[in-house]
Design a protein around this ligand. Structure first.
Ligand code: SF4
Ligand code: SF4
Length: 352
């Protein structure tokens, strides 16, 4: 069997499933095309606004899985099996000649959040990148390098021990540790993370959260971190524009935004920076700020970010939703602003 056939046979063990119905593109509009943009083999096209994968071109590099902000791509691998009581953890692809703890079709499927959760579990994670330069996939290494850098940033911001390293040589195996375990009996096994495929939060975020919530709260950073490269964002509302239409929370695919008659709420760990809320807001009242608070990844749940109450407009008597204690409905507010502008123009000091 030649190399190409071997490659195809190996890939057939890990078919890529596509759950197009989870995609954030709605009827008639394409809001996101990250999977198509990242695919190095041009295997993804949109049909009826949802991604379709050409299996003849797809090499299961996993970049679409790593980049999609919701749960659309699924690789037939039990990710919870990655969490082994081993340190250092040796990870590589099918070309690697290391004695691996985790073998994946391509390292491209391990984005920063997956790598971080592995490092939180195992302490040290070594990726065999020695074969990237001869890999027939091509073009993936730059993503792998970026994911490693971002994973180490995440560990740093969470003040967590652990490191993700790339290497061309296998690390020393924890033989001493193995010996001690044999001598004194196995340590209690660390619980494997659990995943839910019913919610539209990507598996890499779920695994990250499962591991990060075990961190000791007193050691965590309480300061917001602004880091463009990480997939954490926070919607900032302009109270003068927000009309509490709740369109943002209706469309938020991960339920990071939710609302009731008293306001809108935000759960940071669920937000994967998909950008949809900002794009669908009819009043451009919302902008996404790329920041996160490491502590919120562990402790904070749903926090209110806008408050609203039903009021009667003092001018026209119509019922409206006030988001900032306003006394006039939006139409009367605009009329009053216009009236003021005209008065200033006609009688203002600058025009005297
Ligand atoms: S990356 Fe995910 S959400 Fe974005 S277009 Fe592709 S499938 Fe849809
Ligand atoms: S809050 Fe906005 S950016 Fe975050 S997941 Fe929801 S829609 Fe996407």
């Amino acid at each position: 069997m030649n190399g190409a056939n071997l490659f195809l046979e190996f890939l057939s063990l890990f078919p890529l499933k596509v759950k197009g119905e989870n995609c954030i593109n709605s009827e008639g509009k394409i809001f996101c095309s990250r999977c198509k943009e990242v695919c190095p083999h041009l295997a993804i096209e949109f049909e009826n606004n949802t991604p379709k994968v050409d299996t003849q071109r797809c090499t299961v590099c996993g970049l679409c899985f790593s980049e999609c902000p919701v749960n659309v791509f699924e690789i037939e691998i039990d990710l919870t099996e990655f969490y082994k009581d081993k340190t250092p953890l040796k990870v590589g692809c099918f070309l690697s000649d290391w004695e691996l703890d985790i073998k994946v079709p391509c390292l491209g499927m391990l984005n920063e959040e997956l790598l971080t959760s592995l490092a939180l579990h195992s302490g040290e994670v070594y990726l065999d990148t020695s074969k990237c330069s001869i890999c027939p996939q091509g073009g993936i290494y730059k993503y792998i390098k970026e994911y490693i850098e971002r994973a180490n940033l995440l560990l740093h911001y969470h003040r967590a021990e652990g490191k993700v390293k790339e290497s061309s040589q296998p690390p020393e195996s924890g033989e001493e540790e193995e010996f001690l375990k044999e001598l004194f009996g196995e340590e209690e096994k660390v619980r494997k993370p659990t995943l839910s495929k019913r919610i539209n939060v990507p598996l890499w975020r779920q695994l990250f959260f499962e591991k990060v919530k075990l961190l000791r709260a007193e050691n965590l950073c309480y300061q917001p971190v602004k880091e463009e490269r990480l997939r954490f964002a926070k919607p900032i509302f302009d109270p003068n524009r927000c009309q509490s239409s709740k369109v943002c929370s209706f469309w938020c695919p991960t339920r990071a935004l939710s609302s009731d008659e008293r306001g809108t709420y935000f759960t940071q760990i669920l937000c994967t920076d998909c950008g949809l809320c900002q794009k669908v807001c009819p009043n451009s009242a919302l902008t996404l700020e790329k920041s996160f608070v490491p502590r919120n990844n562990v402790m904070a749940g749903k926090i209110p970010i806008t408050r609203s109450e039903k009021k009667i407009c003092k001018n026209c008597g119509r019922e409206f939703i006030a988001t900032q204690g306003q006394e006039y409905c939006l139409y009367c507010q605009k009329d009053r602003q216009m009236e003021k502008l005209i008065k200033d123009f006609l009688f203002g000091e600058n025009n005297g």
